[in-house]
Design a protein around this ligand. Structure first.
Ligand code: MG
Length: 247
């Protein structure tokens, strides 16, 4: 069963999402050539705590930081550390907020200075794939309509979607049912209902869809080491249409 949220829950989730949205916007100005990934993580945690919320990822299944920072061929779950961002990198920031037990989750991929046109296309296609998926997050659709739309949009642009990681329900915990793959046939799976809250998160590779986990046990990278991009929003299904909570 996919849990449905009450109006009261949705109000609190909206506050959680707004804290996350503001934190992401606040972080962007620091994400420049020369900064270490540990420093970005430190700023993210500080911004969230200032808002009276908690970083949802820190300690989750033992994850050591508030922020996942994934550079170039890293898909998701990069661990912040001494590595410094360089001109031409792309960097995925994935962040979760816990506000009074209400969880929100979002990700963006940012360019550090000038990036190549092909990498820029990867980032823009991934950003748009999220928009395309959200358009189908409406009452009465099947869950897999979102998945199928993301896959066909991405593959139509010549890129591939990651299979090993998927989006998820969210709300009263960080990961709830259902899983939301970024691939699959349309018209399958549960029917979307008002009150469902979904973290939709296309992860798009420039080359092959195949991925592997680094020996640190967390960081996912592309098998061919070509770049990957990631965007995510927490979205509520409502009678009025999809409501992005993390913008
Ligand atoms: Mg997520």
């Amino acid at each position: 069963m996919i849990p449905l949220k009450s109006e009261e829950d949705l109000k609190n989730l909206q506050v959680s999402g707004e804290i996350l949205g503001r934190t992401m916007r606040g972080l962007k100005k620091f994400v420049l050539s020369g900064i270490s990934t540990a420093e970005i993580d430190r700023i993210a945690e500080e911004l969230i705590i200032k808002e009276g919320a908690k970083p949802a990822f820190k300690g989750y299944r033992g994850f050591p930081a508030a922020l996942c920072v994934s550079i170039n061929e890293e898909i998701v779950h990069g661990i912040p550390g001494k590595r410094v961002l360089r001109e031409g990198d792309i960097v995925g920031l994935d962040l979760g907020v816990n506000y009074l037990g209400y969880f929100s989750d979002a990700a963006v991929t940012l360019a550090i200075g000038e990036i190549s046109p092909k990498v820029n296309k990867l980032v823009e296609v991934t950003r748009q794939a999220l928009v395309e998926g959200i358009k189908l997050a409406i009452v009465g659709n099947n869950l897999s309509d979102i998945s199928h739309r993301i896959q066909s949009f991405v593959e139509g642009k010549g890129f591939s979607v990651v299979r090993q990681f998927v989006g998820h329900g969210i709300g009263l915990s960080l990961h709830e049912e259902p899983e939301i793959p970024n691939f699959g046939s349309p018209h399958q799976g549960p029917i979307l209902k008002s009150g469902m809250v979904l973290a939709i998160e296309p992860m798009v590779n420039m080359g092959s869809w195949e991925s592997e986990i680094l020996p640190n046990g967390w960081t996912a990278v592309t098998k061919d080491r070509l770049p990957s991009a990631h965007f995510e929003h927490t979205v509520a299904i409502t009678e009025e249409g999809p409501r992005i909570l993390t913008s």
